[in-house]
Design a binder for this molecule. Sequence first.
Ligand SMILES: O=C(O)CCC(=O)C(=O)O
Ligand SMILES: [Fe+2]
Length: 322
Amino acid sequence: MSSNGEPTSFESQDSIPIIDYSLLTSSNANDRSKAVQDIGRACEDWGCFMLVNHGVPETLIQEMMDFSNQFFNTTAEEKLEFEAHGVLDPIRCSNRINLAHQNKSMLWREYLRLIVHPDFNCPHKPPGFREVAFDYVKRTRAIAMELVKGVSESLGFEASYMNEELNLDAGFQLLAVNHYPSLSDVDISRGLVEHTDHGLLTLLYENGVPGLDVLVNGRWICMGGVPNAFFIINADHLEIFSNGKYKSTFHRAVVRDERKRMIFVNTNGPSLDTIVGPSSRLIDGEKRLPRYRPMKFIEYLECQIKHVTAGKHPFEEVRIHI
Ligand SMILES: O=C(O)CCC(=O)C(=O)O
Ligand SMILES: [Fe+2]
């Protein structure tokens, strides 16, 4: 499934597709239709793309970085209140070492993970964090919803089809802030083992310190360095809903830089009680068979934890071999 080597290139991120968000939201039908086509190609051929001209102010992003930093700098006792227990904890914080299954190396990261939709959750400390995070989530959710409309059209559906089928108005969304302190602060490697995300599309924004690798057509590509752009990757439920047309993208974090790295991760899923399988419009009789078993989204989240802990992928549970 994935080649387990070092990235084959540190340059080829230049060829990752770039989508101009202002064209997707343009009132000019030609511009929009070109953006939709480009999104479709990016999702099918690459499983990821960069998003520019997204309209989220740099000042807001900087404020988010500053507040997140302040949060991570509070004492271990203060953070204990948000110690991780389960997947549905509204606010989770962890300072965690995970074992990379294949090579058994230890990787370290710290994270704050918030459920931000349908209900918004965020710590009240440091003062002002909650308001800024709310603004950031509102804007990134709007972007994600526009992107899903574009994806829906690129699959040949109406723009609103995926939203309606997957009940995205009550969609389950997470905002995670991953923090990889500087090398001099920790004495083991920093990173996150290779995985795919639940949901439809994941939006990532990093603080300019590279460390994200994505697996594209069997080759690891080392991302980073594109200022003021979101990086978008296909997630599991896009693959399931599109019946395998838009594959979920494996990615990992391998921080090679001395500097502190921070990255915001927004996942965008259906509502927890939605049963997600391949769209009925993509299945017909014997020619186009379903490749995934339908599963309630909340059960998928639990299944993902179980499988990842065992070093497996949740698709082992839902994929139909035909
Ligand atoms: O920290 C990173 O670069 C990747 C984060 C990620 O993939 C995740 O949190 O799911
Ligand atoms: Fe991820």
